[in-house]
Design a protein around this ligand. Structure first.
Ligand SMILES: C[S@@+](CC[C@H](N)C(=O)[O-])C[C@H]1O[C@@H](n2cnc3c(N)ncnc32)[C@H](O)[C@@H]1O
Length: 261
C-alpha cells in the first residue's frame, strides 16, 4: 500500500500528518534506508507508516504513544500491515528516551521525530540518544510551541538549529488531463497553514580521531543490512556543499565564497 492510501484509509482519532508535512519531514531530516528512527507520538500512524517504508527492512522505527487506545490500535495496525521493522512502545516519550538503550538494546538513534504537544520538554533526552550528526525534528502547529522549542534549542550544548519552516498546504482539485487520465491542479488562492517544522542537528564532536572518513554521522545507517552503503555522505568528511558547490570537509561553517569560517 502507498503511504497516501494508508493515510486516506486511516480513521482519525487525532490530528494526523499529511503528505505536505510528511514530505517535508522526510526531505529535511534526510531519513534513509537502514536508519534507526524514534518517533513520538504515534497517533494514527500517519508518519510511522512512511518512516517504516523509507528505512526499509534494514532499518528500525521505534514509535512511542502514551494514549492507551491509540497504542493498542497502533499495535494491531502494525501487525496487520506487517511492518516488521516497527515497534510501538506505550508510555511518555520522555521516559522512553531516558530508557532508550534498555528498551531497544541500541546505543543511539539516527533520527528523533517529534509530533507531540511539548517537544521542548524532551530535547535534552533526544539529544542524548541521537547519534552525532543525527537530527531531531519537531512538528508543532502553533508559533508559541515553536518559540519554546527554539528557546530550548538555542545555546543547547549538543544541538544546533538547522532551520525552521512554516509549511502551507496547497489544496488541489481533480482534473481530467486527457482521455481517461485524471490528475490534480491547484485550487486558486487556497492555502492552509499546517504547522512549523524545526530541524535540529546533533553537533559533531571532533574528540574522536579514530572515526575518520565518514560524514560525521556515527549512526546505524553507514551500511545497509545487505552490505550496500546506504549513506549519502561519501564526499569528503561530511559531504556538505556550500552555495558555490565547494565541499565543506570540516563540518565547520563555509561562507558564500567557499572559505571555511
Ligand atoms: C498529533 S498526534 C500525532 C499524529 C501522528 N504524527 C500521525 O500522523 O498520525 C500526537 C500524539 O502524541 C501523543 N502524545 C502526546 N504527548 C505525548 C507524550 N508525552 N508521549 C507520548 N505520546 C504523546 C498523543 O496521544 C497523540 O496520539
Amino acid at each position: 500500500m502507498s503511504c497516501d492510501r494508508w493515510i486516506e484509509s486511516s480513521s482519525q482519532g487525532t490530528q494526523i500528518l499529511y503528505r505536505a508535512d510528511i514530505s517535508m519531514v522526510l526531505y529535511y531530516t534526510e531519513i534513509r534506508k537502514g536508519q534507526v528512527v524514534v518517533e513520538s507520538g504515534t497517533g494514527m500512524l500517519g508518519l510511522t507508516y512512511c518512516l517504516s517504508k523509507i528505512v526499509g527492512e534494514c532499518g528500525l522505527v521505534h514509535t512511542v504513544e502514551q494514549n492507551e487506545e491509540r497504542f493498542e490500535r497502533a499495535k494491531k495496525e502494525i501487525e496487520k500491515a506487517e511492518l516488521k521493522n516497527t515497534t510501538v512502545h506505550k508510555g511518555a516519550v520522555k521516559e522512553f528516551l531516558k530508557e532508550f538503550s534498555n528498551r531497544t538494546g541500541l546505543q543511539s538513534a539516527d533520527r528523533v521525530v517529534l509530533d507531540v504537544p511539548k517537544p521542548h520538554e524532551v530535547l535534552n533526552e533526544s539529544a542524548e540518544i541521537v547519534s552525532e550528526g543525527g537530527k531531531v525534528m519537531c512538528f508543532v502547529p502553533c508559533m508559541e510551541q515553536a518559540q519554546r522549542v527554539l528557546h530550548a534549542a538555542e545555546g543547547h550544548p549538543a544541538l544546533q538549529i538547522e532551520q525552521m519552516l512554516e509549511n502551507v498546504e496547497i489544496q488541489h482539485k481533480p482534473t481530467r488531463i486527457s482521455e481517461g487520465v485524471f490528475g490534480t491542479v491547484q485550487k486558486p488562492l487556497i492555502r492552509g497553514h499546517t504547522g512549523y517544522l524545526i530541524f535540529l542537528k546533533k553537533k559533531v564532536s571532533y574528540q574522536y580521531p579514530e572515526k575518520q572518513g565518514h560524514d560525521g554521522e556515527v549512526g546505524n545507517a553507514e551500511m545497509g543490512c545487505d552490505g550496500d552503503n546506504a549513506g549519502m555522505g561519501e564526499i569528503g568528511d561530511n559531504g556538505d556543499l556550500d552555495d558555490n558547490g565547494n565541499v565543506d570537509n570540516n563540518d565547520g561553517v563555509v561562507n558564500n565564497d567557499g572559505l571555511l569560517l
